[in-house]
Design a protein around this ligand. Structure first.
Ligand code: COA
Length: 373
C-alpha cells in the first residue's frame, strides 16, 4: 500500500475583522448599559455588576489582536451582542457550506484535482449549522464530488481527528481521494457578553486533500507519516446547547448553552498533556527534536503554545519553528492548526518534518507527523 499524503490545502476567511479595541468598545458599552438598566438590582445584591474588558488584558492573556467574523454589525451593537446571520432558503448554500466550499476549491486547485475526483468529504467542526442532512453532503454536492460525505465533531480537535479518519479510509480502500474540511463559525456559539471569553474565537476554514502519495499531482505534497488521537473526558470546556434545549424553555437561554470554559484549569491540564503527547508521538516515529522543522499547533493561546513547544524542544522556540496565526485569526478551533499549516509550510524544503497538533474540548488531542516530499 502506498503512503498517504496531504496533496493540497486551502483556506477561506470571512471578510470582516474586529480588533480588540473595537471589541472592547462595544463590550464596554454593553456593560455600562447593563449596569445602568440593572442599577437597583445590583444595589440590592440580586444581580452582579458587570466589569469592563480591556484590549491589553486580551492580548497579554491570549496573544489575540483581532479576529475574522462572518457578521460584524451584530457583535458591535451593544443591544444585540451576537452575529446577525439569517437562515437562507434551502435551495441556497448554507453559511457553513459556503465557507467550506471556498476552502475546498483552493485545496483542490493546489492538489491539481477537480471535485468529481473526490469520493469522500469529511466535514469536521466544533458546531454544525443544522442537525441534518449533513452539511458535508451539501459541500459534496456543490463540489460535484462522488462517493460519500459525513459530518463529525471533536471540537478543537475536529481537524486532526478527521485527518486520521481520512487517512484510514484511503489506506483501507473505502476512499481514493478525500477532502477534510473544517469550517468554523465560532462567532455563532460565543457568548459575546462574557468578559472571560468574549475575545477568544474567530471564524475561518481550512481544507486538506488526502490521497495516496503515488497519486499526488500537486507541487505541495506532504507525506502523512503517522496520526495519533486521544480523548479524556472533562467538563472544563463545555457547551450544553443542543436539540433538547426546547424541551426546557425556562433554561433554554442560559449561558451554559454557549461556550463556557475554566481557562486557567484548561491551561494547566492541557500543557502537560499536549507536551507528552507530542513527545511520545515523535518518539514512536524515531524522531528527535532536531529532526522537526516546524510545529503547527492549535491556535488557542500564544502563551500556552510557547510553553508546550519549549517543553517539547527543551528551549524557547522561534516564530519560524512554531508559527502563530491566532494574533490575526483568534481561535478558529479545529481549523487553527490547519490554517497555520496552509500559511506556513510552503517555505520548507523537501525532506523537512513537521508536527501538526490540536488540543481542546473533550479533552481531545490529535497529532499528525508530516514529511515534505
Ligand atoms: N479584561 C480585563 N480583565 C479580565 C478579562 C478581560 N476581558 N477577563 C478576565 N480578566 C481578569 C480576571 O477578572 C482576573 O482578575 P482578578 O484576578 O482580579 O479576578 C484576571 O484577569 C485573570 O483572569 P483569568 O481568567 O485567570 O485569566 P487567564 O490569565 O487565565 O487568561 C484565558 C484567560 C482564557 C486567556 C486563558 O486562561 C486561556 O487561554 N486558557 C486556555 C484556554 C484554552 O486553550 N481553551 C481551549 C479553547 S478551545
Amino acid at each position: 500500500m502506498s503512503a498517504i499524503a496531504i496533496t493540497g490545502s486551502g483556506i477561506s476567511v470571512p471578510e470582516f475583522t474586529i480588533t480588540n479595541e473595537e471589541l472592547c468598545t462595544a463590550f464596554n458599552q454593553y456593560v455600562r448599559l447593563f449596569n445602568t438598566e440593572n442599577a437597583a438590582a445590583i444595589e440590592a445584591g440580586d444581580v452582579t455588576e458587570l466589569r469592563e474588558s480591556t484590549a491589553e488584558f486580551i492580548e497579554n492573556a491570549s496573544g489575540i489582536k483581532q479576529r475574522h467574523v462572518v457578521n460584524k454589525s451584530g457583535i458591535m451593537d451593544p443591544t444585540i451582542m451576537r452575529p446577525v446571520i439569517h437562515q437562507r432558503p434551502n435551495e441556497e448554500l448554507c453559511h457553513q457550506a459556503e465557507l467550506a466550499v471556498e476552502a475546498c476549491k483552493g485545496a483542490l486547485k493546489e492538489a491539481g484535482r477537480v471535485g468529481e475526483e473526490v469520493d469522500m468529504v469529511l466535514l469536521a467542526s466544533s458546531n454544525m449549522q443544522r442537525q441534518y442532512p449533513a452539511v458535508a453532503m451539501e459541500v459534496q454536492s456543490a463540489l460535484g464530488a462522488r462517493g460519500f460525505a459525513y459530518d463529525m465533531n471533536v471540537a478543537c480537535s475536529s481537524g486532526t481527528f478527521a485527518i486520521q479518519a481520512a487517512v484510514d479510509a484511503v489506506r483501507g480502500g473505502s476512499a481514493r481521494c478525500a477532502i477534510v474540511v473544517v469550517p468554523e463559525i465560532m462567532s455563532g456559539h460565543l457568548n459575546w457578553c462574557d468578559r472571560d471569553s468574549h475575545f477568544i474565537f474567530g471564524d475561518g476554514c481550512a481544507a486538506f486533500i488526502i490521497e495516496a502519495l503515488d497519486n499526488a499531482k500537486g507541487e505541495e505534497v506532504w507525506e502523512i507519516k503517522d496520526t495519533r488521537a486521544l480523548t479524556r473526558y472533562s467538563h472544563n470546556i463545555r457547551n450544553n446547547g443542543g436539540y433538547l434545549q426546547r424541551c426546557e424553555p425556562e433554561r433554554r437561554d442560559e449561558a451554559d448553552k454557549l461556550f463556557v470554559q475554566q481557562g486557567r484549569k484548561v491551561f494547566k491540564d492541557i500543557v502537560p498533556m499536549a507536551t507528552n503527547f507530542i513527545k511520545e508521538h515523535m518518539g514512536s516515529q524515531g524522531l528527535e527534536v532536531e529532526d522537526i522543522s516546524r510545529y503547527w499547533l492549535h491556535q488557542a493561546n500564544g502563551n500556552m503554545n510557547r510553553l508546550i513547544t519549549k517543553r517539547v524542544v527543551g528551549r524557547d522556540t522561534t516564530p519560524d519553528e512554531a508559527p502563530t496565526i491566532l494574533d490575526t485569526f483568534g481561535n478558529t478551533a479545529g481549523a487553527g492548526s490547519m490554517i497555520a499549516f496552509h500559511l506556513h509550510s510552503k517555505d520548507l524544503a523537501s525532506g523537512s518534518n513537521g508536527v501538526l497538533c490540536s488540543f481542546g474540548a473533550g479533552y481531545s488531542i490529535g497529532s499528525v507527523i508530516l514529511q515534505k516530499r
